[in-house]
Design a protein around this ligand. Sequence first.
Ligand code: SF4
Ligand code: SF4
Length: 66
Amino acid sequence: MVVKNIPSICLSCGGCVGVCPHDAISLEDMKIIINESKCNGCGTCVIFCPVGAMTLEDKPTNEVER
Ligand code: SF4
Ligand code: SF4
């Protein structure tokens, strides 16, 4: 699983940046950037986000787990 940000919903509040235990989220130019090589799909940011702008998705099957 990997997390995706939905920019049309996201308020760029930056709250999720601080809750990620793997330091996989950053806020750049008021946009949320997810480092997919760090994200392990724990869902902490999905639960945290007050507006539901983080969503968990299956990784494409052609993507090799590293
Ligand atoms: S907590 Fe939600 S609204 Fe705030 S920056 Fe993260 S994804 Fe966007
Ligand atoms: S799912 Fe977990 S590891 Fe991935 S960005 Fe959210 S809090 Fe970080």
